[in-house]
Design a binder for this molecule. Structure first.
Ligand code: NDP
Length: 598
């Protein structure tokens, strides 16, 4: 593709702003409907029956809230460190977290399995595909839990309601919706960034007389088929609406399009959909690369390329590294006198415009109907919204019974007893699938469903009233023996979240082991160390993805200024690769600088 000219660039910049303005709305995160009260049934677990059990009132060494990747990798590292008493508490019916809930047809990882699936080397698993499908990832979660004995003391279908620090006994009291009131010397929490489903806040949802569900609670009883890809044969005589066109819809629309009598895809903002090019993993090739330490090498290689540090070779070669390599190549091509922040930003912008032009050209090349093709084009910078990769999504719109309902930024008007209204027209349907995503910009304590009461009765929601405060994204002053497992204020590497989690897990295991080996009852980050970390984070130049020029979405707090909270929702200023290297040294030095053991 020819290089983009200055006037083309200016025209695109204006077009992006116009498209963003169509989508800006004053209600931000409040536009969505929480799944409480009369909507609570949308949260029911369709996969595993709930089994009654006696409440727990015992004591464990470590309680981990959440049985997803965060709990599994941290639990694994704790077990490796010799901590035998680890209890996972999980609201789903099994381990897996996001991969427990998201069983919609076509679900698969968007980052290459070789780096996305944690602990492959430790468990001896070879991913079957470059981008593994959801059932394999869920089975891998179960494999990790079995391998490290994490099922032994796990509590499923259990929601934590309250966490209270008992200063006299130096332990946490964990209370749940099952009547549990057990204690734990240490507490770790990995409740995930995207785990509370939301619905669009449009009128009439409760009036609909047909069937409906959220993508994270897929009802195979109604649709037929299964998560392994069997045809959704229950839909052969059904008219189906899907609301939303984010990363989830991109993966399940092709399956719905193949199966439904008619499919209406209600779109507010198109996703950018680049090439997927999935392929089976060749066992001979895998054997040749899977030499000791291979996964750590691959993780570090991915992160180096992602964060612009570069590497001699791109081992992973997925959509994310392709994106980063292009940007880096542009910047590296600048003559030495042009290597200024301004020129580097311009080079980044050039690379982005070119990439997005390619993605839009791909829509024209694939989608036969010109009006549909025009509606499917994304007019924003690629990292403004979650980039998607798929080789059957755009193709699905060539099915005669699949219809794009492009609402041009306005969204669905309302739901009636019989269908979905958009642009003043009612589309009668039998099934509404809500691919409307998950809460993101809301407060941590609202999303987790509990608050922590730490030392001196201080609540986490109070401590974080002006934004998150931690050391390394892991420890919080005033909350002894408690740890977070999540990316923010750490590496913040969102293109491969599991890498953040494995490094946090290693670090927590090292801290807990140190405390236990030395007979310490408590460990807490000092106020000074937490403040120093926050001060360091505030030197961060800010992330492109929080740019106000971007079209609204959860990456930029739905286009609203989140103030100081956004300033603190960043990672280590020197980047993810530098953070992992720093954290590794911090944990292995044995000093644990900033932590007070007593
Ligand atoms: P998203 O939040 O990305 O998408 C929600 C969709 O619902 C958007 O298209 C949104 O439009 C639309 N929507 C909201 N309100 C309305 C309305 N009133 N009318 C019409 N449309 C509406 O949720 P997803 O579940 O798709 O994805 C969430 C995240 O989960 C992803 O970004 C990704 O991080 C992760 N994910 C990862 C996958 C993987 O790794 N394989 C697969 C799937 C998801 P608008 O864009 O205008 O807001």
């Amino acid at each position: 593709m020819a290089a983009i000219t200055a006037s083309e660039k200016e025209a695109l910049r204006q077009k992006y702003l116009q498209e963003r303005d169509k989508r800006l709305r004053l209600d931000g995160n409040e536009q969505y409907q929480r799944l409480t009260g009369r909507f609570a049934h949308y949260l029911q677990d369709p996969y595993t029956p709930r089994v009654e059990r006696e409440p727990k009132t015992d004591h464990v060494t470590v309680a981990f809230i959440g049985g997803g990747f965060a709990g599994l990798v941290t639990g694994a590292r704790l077990k490796e460190a010799g901590v035998t008493s680890v209890r996972i508490v999980e609201k789903g019916g099994d381990v897996g977290g996001t991969w427990y809930w998201n069983r919609y047809p076509g679900a698969q990882c968007d980052t290459a399995s070789m780096v996305y699936m944690p602990l492959l080397e430790e468990t001896g698993h070879m991913p079957s595909e470059k981008y593994a499908h959801a059932p394999e990832i869920l089975e891998h979660c179960q494999r990790i839990a079995k391998h490290f004995g994490l099922y032994d003391d796990a509590l499923f279908h259990t929601e934590v309601q309250d966490l209270h620090w008992d200063a006299e006994r130096s332990r946490w009291i964990v209370r749940t919706d099952r009547g549990d009131a057990f204690t734990a010397q240490f507490l770790a929490m990995g409740t995930g960034p995207l785990h509370v489903p939301k619905l669009p806040g449009i009128p009439g949802i409760e009036d609909f007389r047909g069937h409906s569900f959220h993508t994270s609670r897929w009802d195979y009883g109604y649709t037929g088929g299964d998560p392994y890809g069997a045809p959704l044969d229950g839909l052969a005589d059904k008219r189906v609406a899907i609301i939303g066109t984010g990363a989830t819809a991109v993966q399940c629309v092709p399956h719905l399009a193949r199966a439904a009598r008619a499919l209406y895809v209600f779109q507010r903002t198109p996703s950018s959909v680049d090439v997927r090019a999935n392929a089976p993993v060749d066992p001979e090739w895998f054997a040749s690369i899977a030499t000791p330490g291979w996964q750590q090498r691959w993780l570090e290689n991915f992160t180096a390329i992602q964060t612009g540090a570069g590497a001699d070779e791109d081992l992973v070669q997925d959509g994310w590294t392709d994106l980063a390599r292009r940007i880096r190549a542009r910047i590296m091509a600048l003559p030495p006198e042009d290597v200024t922040p301004e020129k580097m930003r311009a080079a980044f912008e050039d690379s982005d415009y070119e990439k997005m032009e390619e993605i839009r050209a791909r829509v024209d090349a694939v989608v036969a109907d010109p009006a549909t093709a025009e509606g499917l084009k994304a007019w924003y910078r690629q990292l403004c919204k979650r980039p998607c990769f798929h080789d059957a999504y755009l193709e699905a719109f060539n099915e005669p019974d699949t219809h794009l309902v492009h609402t041009d930024g306005k969204g669905v008007d309302r739901i009636t007893e019989t269908g979905v209204v958009a642009g003043g027209r009612e589309y009668e349907v039998d099934l509404v699938v809500y691919a409307s995503g998950f809460e993101v910009g809301t407060d941590y304590t609202r999303r987790s469903g509990y608050d922590l009461t730490g030392r001196d009765g201080v609540r986490l929601s109070e401590h974080w009233a002006d934004g998150m405060r931690t050391q390394h994204g892991i420890s919080v002053h005033g909350f002894p023996n408690a740890f977070l497992v999540q990316p923010t204020q750490g590496a913040n590497l969102i293109s491969n979240v599991p890498h953040n989690l494995t490094e946090s897990g290693r670090t927590i295991a090292a801290v807990v082991k140190h405390a236990l080996d030395h007979g310490y009852a408590e460990v807490e980050v000092t106020q000074e160390a937490e403040q120093a970390w926050v001060d360091l984070l505030l030197t961060h130049p800010g992330m492109l993805i929080t740019s106000p020029d971007c079209t609204p979405g959860y990456y930029n707090n739905e286009g609203q200024d989140a103030g100081r909270k956004a300033q603190l929702s960043v990672g280590y200023p020197a980047g993810a690769a530098a953070f992992f290297s720093y954290l590794g040294q911090w944990r292995t030095s044995g000093d644990f600088e900033g932590l007070a053991f007593r």
